[in-house]
Design a protein around this ligand. Structure first.
Ligand code: IMP
Ligand code: MG
Length: 181
């Protein structure tokens, strides 16, 4: 099998660049919520690495919770339908909530989550996404308040992001190319 027939990973954003940017995003959050408590909600599983790094850079009064959703199935394409697989453990009513996502792609997941979160009456609801692929957006009204990096329309893995549950452990964000079927 030649080069063409292999799965290939190409580094897009290195760990040191990610680390620096995560600190900057945390700085924006600290400025916006100075003196207040922030409740970070990670969207499982993709956001777990980003959230772990982010929260350690936020020296405010914090708490965390997680919600698990699925929209993608096993492959690269969104099914368009969002399902909650694990809901929050506690109420977000009256809290400064930051919804933490790995990537904002079509916007279907975040627009759905934003709708159900707003029904639960947080004091403030903000969205933090490590990555943003603006060219893929279907739901135009959904924007992240804090964005790590805008990236081109490539399928990426690493730093929490997966392809069929693999590659979440890579320290860099990498472009994944698969061999043609
Ligand atoms: P959206 O609903 O299309 O905005 O997709 C959001 C979810 O799709 C993310 O939370 C990811 O789990 C997944 N996703 C979208 N693009 C990528 C990618 O390039 N790599 C890995 N997962 C992705
Ligand atoms: Mg995800």
């Amino acid at each position: 099998m030649g080069e063409k027939g292999r799965t290939h990973l190409k580094r897009l954003i290195s760990r040191s660049v990610i680390q620096k940017r995560v600190r900057e995003v945390a700085g924006e959050i600290k400025k916006d919520f100075k003196g207040e408590r922030v409740h970070l909600v990670g969207v499982l599983k993709g956001a777990c690495v980003f959230l772990s790094d982010l929260i350690r850079e936020i020296d405010l009064d914090t708490s965390i919770d997680f919600i698990a959703v699925s929209s993608y199935g096993k492959g690269k394409e969104s099914s368009g339908q969002v399902r909650v697989n694990k809901d929050l453990d506690s109420s977000i009513e009256g809290l400064n909530v930051i919804l933490v996502e790995d990537i904002l792609d079509t916007g279907l997941t975040l627009s759905y989550l934003r709708r159900i979160f707003l029904q639960r009456k947080p004091k403030v609801l903000k969205i933090a996404a490590l990555l943003d692929k603006p060219s893929r957006r279907i739901i135009k009204e959904v924007e992240a308040d804090y964005v790590g990096f805008k990236i081109p329309n490539e399928f990426v893995v690493g730093y929490g992001l997966d392809y069929a549950e693999r590659y979440r452990n890579l320290k860099d964000v990498c472009i994944l190319s698969l061999p043609p079927e």
